[in-house]
Design a protein around this ligand. Structure first.
Ligand code: GTP
Length: 111
């Protein structure tokens, strides 16, 4: 689906970028897609949530290792938009309260 994402950028109020944290083979392609998304002019001021999902599943890499492989710190500090990184399991609900809080904070009516 990646190639058609830019056609939606103009309508985005926020982006939730979900990474399969149980699948280290997708790290490099996810990282390339994330960098392309963050450098899109239409998304330059749009809040982005990078969500490492499926943390209930076993993986040979720890989440800290995966985020290090992603160079998340560098990505966040170089991004023009606010970037939040969270972890969750959509299956058992871990971390979803933080995701909902991010949505509330992001779409809070400023008035
Ligand atoms: N264990 C676990 N499974 C999940 C979680 N979130 C989604 N799934 C399952 O993962 C499968 C694929 O769902 P998604 O990853 O959302 O869909 P997708 O991105 O199109 O599929 P893939 O790219 O193949 O992972 C489904 O069977 C979901 O039920 C999670 O947090 N934990």
């Amino acid at each position: 689906m990646g190639p058609i994402w830019p056609s939606y950028y103009g309508d985005c109020g926020a982006v939730m970028f979900v990474v399969d944290a149980a699948n280290p083979t997708q790290v490099s392609s996810s990282c390339v897609q994330l960098l392309a998304l963050l450098s899109a002019p239409q998304l330059a001021a749009v809040p982005v949530l990078v969500l490492f999902n499926k943390i209930d599943l076993p993986c040979y890499m720890s989440l800290v290792e995966m985020q290090s492989l992603f160079r998340m710190q560098d990505i966040v500090s170089c991004a023009t938009q606010p970037v939040t990184v969270l972890e969750a399991s959509a299956r058992d609900g871990t971390g979803l309260a933080d995701v909902l809080q991010w949505l509330r904070d992001t779409f809070r009516d400023p008035g």
